[in-house]
Design a protein around this ligand. Structure first.
Ligand SMILES: Cc1cc2nc3c(=O)[nH]c(=O)nc-3n(C[C@H](O)[C@H](O)[C@H](O)COP(=O)(O)O)c2cc1C
Length: 181
C-alpha cells in the first residue's frame, strides 16, 4: 500500500525553535506507513497579488497538492498565528481559483512558553482553515504549555508526557485522512 504523505508546515524561524522541535519529533515517531516531510523555506515576500508568484511558492503549492494531509505546528504570536506562517498560507491559497489547501485534512500542534500553550493561535488558525476548506482534526488537541521546561536549548522535546501525545495525534490524522478519502 502507498505511504500516506503528510507535509509539516510551521515551526518558527528561530534557531532552536520549540514548534520546529515538535515537527522534528514527528519525523522520528511517524509510523511506517507515513512519509513525513517538513517544509523549511518561508523566505517568501509579503503576499502581493501584483507580484509574480515566486518559485519557492510554486514549490510549496506542489508539495501541498501532493500531500495527503497537512500537519501545522505553531507558536503563538500576539494571540494569533505568526505572520510568516499566515503569509505562506495566503501565498499557497492563490491565485484565485487555485487554492492548494483545498479539501486537505489537517492537524494542528501548538506550544508556548506560557500556560495557554498557543491555544489562541491554534483557534485562529482553525478559523483560517475554514476559509481554505481544510478539514482540521478536532481531537485529540495537541498543545504544549510552559515550553521552556519541555524542550532543551536546541529545541529538542525532552518531556515524556508531550512526546507520548505525538503518536496518537499522527494516528488520528491518518485515520481522519483515510476516512475523508
Ligand atoms: C512577537 C511575539 C509574540 C508573542 N505572543 C505570545 C502570545 O500572545 N501568547 C503566548 O503564549 N506566547 C507568545 N509569545 C511567546 C511564544 O509563543 C513562545 O516564545 C514560543 O515558545 C516560541 O516558539 P518557538 O520556540 O517555536 O519560536 C510571543 C512571542 C513573540 C516573539
Amino acid at each position: 500500500m502507498d505511504k500516506l504523505k503528510i507535509l509539516g508546515v510551521g515551526g518558527s524561524l528561530r534557531k532552536g525553535s520549540f514548534s520546529k522541535g515538535l515537527l522534528l519529533e514527528v519525523k522520528k515517531l511517524a509510523p511506517e506507513n507515513v512519509d513525513f516531510e517538513i517544509w523549511e523555506d518561508y523566505n517568501f515576500p509579503p503576499y502581493n497579488p501584483d507580484t509574480e508568484i515566486p518559485e519557492n511558492v510554486k514549490e510549496l503549492k506542489n508539495k501541498i497538492k501532493n500531500a495527503d494531509a497537512i500537519l501545522f505546528s505553531l507558536p503563538e504570536y500576539n494571540y494569533s498565528v505568526p505572520g510568516f506562517i499566515k503569509n505562506a498560507i495566503d501565498w499557497a491559497s492563490r491565485p484565485y481559483g487555485d487554492n492548494s489547501w483545498e479539501d486537505k485534512p489537517a492537524a494542528i500542534m501548538s506550544e508556548s512558553i506560557g500556560n495557554t500553550a498557543g491555544s489562541k493561535a491554534q483557534y485562529h488558525l482553525r478559523q483560517v482553515l475554514v476559509c481554505l476548506n481544510v478539514h482540521a482534526l478536532n481531537k485529540p488537541e495537541f498543545m504544549v504549555p510552559n515550553a521552556t521546561d519541555k524542550f532543551d536549548k536546541e529545541g529538542n522535546l525532552i518531556d515524556e508526557e508531550a512526546r507520548g501525545k505525538i503518536k496518537p495525534l499522527i494516528e488520528a490524522l491518518v485515520a481522519w485522512t483515510n476516512k475523508l478519502k
